[in-house]
Design a protein around this ligand. Structure first.
Ligand SMILES: [Zn+2]
Length: 219
């Protein structure tokens, strides 16, 4: 089973992805993790990726595609998170799947209104103790004592880039890059959008349930 997750930063894509992986026993393949792993092991592709990342440049599609394919060769049940990110990547993935006789079960697109993403992300606070790293939300998941980590008692801080302006910029970039992908998978008949309104109490469980219904229908 191959599931592709799409969703802007702050939609809860990682969380919902994890739930789907648990339910269907899928490997959660996040592009960021693959990069870090290859760079740590100093593989040829990892060193190449590092060259670009250290200069603050985007890793070229050719490098990313080879890395992901290297992982997919060993896996039959995967949830892809952060890949494909461009049309050439999506085309390369199609070609690879055709060649290996695998197919995409569904492309699940999490759709959350911008205002909700901005509100949720700008109310996020994290534990200042790096060894703990717990994450809270002053609106949705407040700590027991304001400003203090439940787990280790350290002060809670805001991440520098969790402010409305930066989040808005991040969303613009995401939509610009992802719109063509959404159209691409829509044409292939694979796209399934889940609309989430976090203020009408759409919970993690509700969204996971919808995702599972989609997968059951298509598998
Ligand atoms: Zn803590």
């Amino acid at each position: 089973m191959y599931i592709i997750m799409l969703g802007a930063p702050g939609t809860g894509k990682g969380t919902i992805g994890n739930e789907i992986c648990k339910k269907y026993n899928l490997v959660h393949l996040a592009t960021g993790d693959i990069f870090r792993d290859e760079m740590k092991r100093k593989t040829e592709l990892g060193m190449k990726a590092e060259e670009y990342i250290s200069k603050g440049e985007l890793v070229p599609d050719s490098v990313t595609i080879k890395m992901v394919e290297g992982k997919l060769d060993k896996l039959d049940n995967v949830l892809l998170d952060g890949f494909p990110r461009t049309i050439p990547q999506a085309e390369a993935l199609n070609e690879y799947l055709n060649k290996t006789n695998k197919k995409i079960t569904a492309v699940i697109n999490l759709n959350v209104p911008d205002e909700d993403i901005i509100k949720r992300t700008s109310s996020r606070v994290i534990c200042s103790n790096k060894d703990c790293g717990a994450s809270y939300n002053t609106i949705f998941m407040p700590p027991k004592v304001e400003g203090i980590c439940d787990i280790c008692g350290s002060p809670l801080i805001k991440r520098k880039d969790d402010n409305p302006e930066t989040i808005k910029e991040r969303l613009q970039v995401y939509y610009k890059n992802t719109k063509p992908l959404i159209e691409f998978y829509e044409k292939m008949g694979l796209l399934e959008s889940i609309y989430i309104n976090i203020y009408s109490e759409t919970t993690k469980e509700d969204t996971t349930k919808k995702a599972v219904e989609i997968i059951e229908k298509r598998k």
